[in-house]
Write a protein that binds this ligand. Structure first.
Ligand code: GCV
Length: 728
């Protein structure tokens, strides 16, 4: 696919280049579909839809005074050129043809009459409406601010890309969550921790002088989803990212992103006052340290006036933090919050904290560390909590902190990159995982206290709200390392805007925009995507198993992993399997992690007969003969699930094979190859896990199950010193 890259800082050049390229696409000229264009391909719509859309496409009536106004109308131009093969007249006043009318009540006299309709919309919300102005039928894209108009344009383009009618159009949208952020785990040397899509997009070496045009396409893609923040650097942070040189580089990215409504944030290393400030301490109560952070914030805001704030990983996995000085996480977070407050910045303080020296169930530690700090954090602090209590596993129960800190805005941290879900090669659509967590009912204030209502601030009345996704983006031509991993970036963005949406609907939009609007493509691909997460759970960690992957790089199975620096970095710590049974007893008779949930939820998780089978081994240690809902003993069920996971991948392969000829050959081949890798690795997971657990329980395989291809020693001997994405 040809890159639809805008020319930076040159509206005409960028606009017409995009239009020319899109028009070229419309001519039917063969081009390579390499995935670069993401869901913004803007390929021609069918003649029937085009007829309806063209009636409005004679003019774009839009203001032209701010950078955001310009990118909104450019994007619409680009989209219409590709979708309809037309180049509408660009006007600031209404002419005599059908028109798309863009603007805010302040920026456009044609939008001013809709002022009252916009009142109920929040910041960045928008209204799409088919209306009559004078004698003309128009489509209005109206908002209270320019960014809202840009978001409205993207929504309108999505409707056209998916073939929706624009007749009687009435769409009102407001974001449910204020801060919708990507967290890049990108190091300053270009390496991406847990990244499977090549190197970092940010070329720190050539910034600020060279601004890669790809930065604009990154911003366009995020704006198309409503993502409005980007944390540029890894939470395992290097203090140099706060040095004057690197701040100038970050400021350049902020300048590029600003028209698209995206604020830049930085991960801050807590010990930066020592490392780049020359102080002897980073103690949060030390006046010199406080002064250093205030001056640092002033310096940052002088360069980046809309800087979002800091993300901090402190006293976790070896990172420095306030506890190094006997202070609390609140002391640390408040130190930075006070420095940022005069400028309107926020601190996103991570709750992913577990201590070296605490012999407590790891799943309980973050809760224990933070729950007592409720109410002790400044008003501009968000506590960023991973979706589950361990670490982005294929399935975890929701984190018990959600609902447990009513006086603190909690933001969600999802992982979009698939550290524990097969890296970039496995087709695993994460929409169902995100949906499962967001829709989970914490019961914290009675029924319907879903996780979504916690993080959007509505449950406890917080104006500050946030959601973060650990980005899966790199410099790979596909952006995400695989065609289907783009769907995870997409689903994250759509759910960040509205966590109540359905993962299936989002997948349907994505497939229509990314591959084809043909229902014979959309339906099977969506079905395949929707089943894919459960398939991965089955072949990797069925029935609530977790953290049983290989050590360090996390590539492939490693249920035998034992020993090493700490118990909770081993698999045996988590599955606790032996001759008699398997699972981590987190009931009231075990580690009592269940008590961290609201009583109604705790009772369900505590009861072996009521806990969802999908979480059985997360909460319970049960004998191998334990009778499952299927009537099978646990051991048989476990083997059945592993095998089922492999079969599900084979079904995905068969579905994809049938789509040959309906999906462009280049992407079809790529996906088919990755599915072959996935199928083989699913078999590897199944065989290695079955061989290992069988070595403990000595049980026969259930009838009809094929023995593992190799002895256990073979699986244990496999080494992958160059597996991608390892922490370093
Ligand atoms: C950025 C897991 C990952 C680490 C990551 C850490 C975190 O432990 O394996 O690579 O570090 O989570 O979220 O801080």
């Amino acid at each position: 696919m040809l890159p639809l890259t805008s020319g930076l800082g040159d509206r005409r050049r960028g606009g017409w280049l995009g239009v020319a390229l899109a028009l070229l696409a419309c001519t039917g000229t063969a081009w390579a579909e390499d995935g670069y264009a993401l869901w913004m391909r803007y390929v021609p719509v069918d003649a029937t839809s085009a007829g309806g859309y063209r009636a409005h496409a004679q003019e774009i009536v839009a203001p032209d005074r701010t950078a955001t106004q310009r990118v909104a109308r450019e994007e619409l131009e680009r989209g219409l050129a590709g979708l309809l093969g037309v180049m509408p007249r660009l006007r600031t006043t209404l002419g005599d043809g059908g028109a798309f009318v863009l603007g805010t009540p302040q920026s456009s006299p044609w939008v001013a009459p809709f002022r009252r309709d916009l009142q109920a919309l929040g910041d960045q919300g928008y209204l799409l409406r088919s209306a009559r102005i004078g004698e003309r039928d128009v489509i209005v894209v109206a908002a209270r601010d320019d960014v809202g108009v840009l978001y409205g344009v993207f929504h309108l383009l999505r409707l056209m890309q998916t073939g929706a009618s624009l007749d009687r159009l009435e769409v009102r949208e407001s974001p449910a969550i204020a801060r919708r952020v990507l967290n890049h785990w990108d190091n300053l040397d270009g390496y991406v921790e847990r990244g499977y899509a090549g190197g970092s997009l940010w070329d720190w070496h050539t910034l600020p002088d060279w601004q890669d045009p790809r930065y604009i396409d990154y911003a366009r893609a995020n704006a198309s989803l409503g993502i409005n923040g980007s944390v540029l650097n890894n939470v395992n942070a290097n203090a140099l990212s706060l040095s004057p040189d690197y701040l100038r580089k970050a400021a350049t990215l902020a300048d590029v992103f600003r028209p698209y409504g995206i604020r830049v944030y930085l991960s801050a290393r807590f010990s930066a006052p020592i490392e780049i400030g020359g102080l002897a301490t980073a103690d949060p109560l030390d006046p010199d340290v406080q002064r250093w952070w205030r001056k640092k914030a002033d310096e940052i805001y002088a360069l980046i006036p809309d800087f979002g704030g800091f993300l901090v990983k402190a006293n976790s996995e070896g990172q420095p933090g306030p506890q190094d000085y006997g202070r609390s996480h609140a002391d640390g977070a408040n130190l930075l919050a006070d420095a940022l407050a005069p400028h309107g910045g926020v601190v996103m303080w991570r709750a992913f904290v577990y201590a070296h020296d605490v012999p407590e169930d790891r799943a309980k530690q973050a809760y224990n560390e933070f729950v007592g700090l409720d109410g002790a954090l400044r008003r501009n602090v968000l506590l960023q909590v991973k979706n589950g209590p361990i670490d982005f596993q294929p399935r975890e129960p929701f984190h018990p902190l959600f609902g447990a800190m009513p006086r603190t805005p909690l933001m969600m941290e999802f992982q979009i990159t698939k550290e524990y879900l097969g890296f970039a090669t496995h087709l695993v659509y994460l929409g169902p995982l995100y949906e499962e967590v967001l829709h989970a009912d914490t019961q914290a204030r009675g029924p319907d206290s879903t996780v979504a209502t916690v993080i959007d601030g509505s449950l406890d009345g917080h104006a500050l709200s946030g959601i973060a996704g650990v980005a899966n983006i790199g410099d790979d031509r596909t952006w995400s390392g695989s065609h289907f991993d783009q769907a995870n970036w997409y689903a994250f963005g759509r759910l960040a805007w509205n966590p109540r949406q359905s993962a299936r609907d989002i997948a349907a939009d994505w497939v229509a925009m990314t591959f084809s609007r043909d229902p014979d493509v959309v339906t099977p691909v969506v079905d395949m995507m929707m089943a894919s997460r459960e398939a991965a759970v089955d072949y990797m960690t069925p029935l609530g198993l977790h953290h049983v992957m290989a050590r360090g790089h996390h590539y492939g199975p490693g249920p035998w992993v034992d020993g090493g620096p700490r118990a909770d970095w081993t698999s045996v710590y988590y599955h606790r399997a032996d001759r008699d049974g398997i699972g981590f007893d987190r009931t009231s008779h075990g580690s009592d992690a269940v008590s961290q949930y609201a009583p109604a939820v705790a009772r369900e998780f505590d009861d072996v007969d009521r806990v969802p089978e999908s979480l059985l081994l997360w909460f319970h240690h049960v004998p191998w003969e334990h009778r499952m809902a299927s009537g099978r003993p646990l051991w048989d069920e476990l083997v059945h699930r592993y095998t089922h996971g492999v079969r599900s991948v084979e079904t995905m392969q068969a579905t994809w094979d049938r789509l040959q000829g309906r999906v462009d050959a280049e992407r079809h081949r790529h996906v088919a190859a990755f599915l072959r890798i996935q199928r083989n690795e699913a078999q590897w997971w199944r065989d290695a896990s079955v061989a290992y657990f069988q070595s403990l329980n000595g049980r026969a395989l259930p009838a009809g199950e094929t023995p593992p291809a190799h002895p256990l020693a073979y699986y244990e001997s496999l080494q992958f010193p160059f597996a991608p994405g390892d922490g370093r």
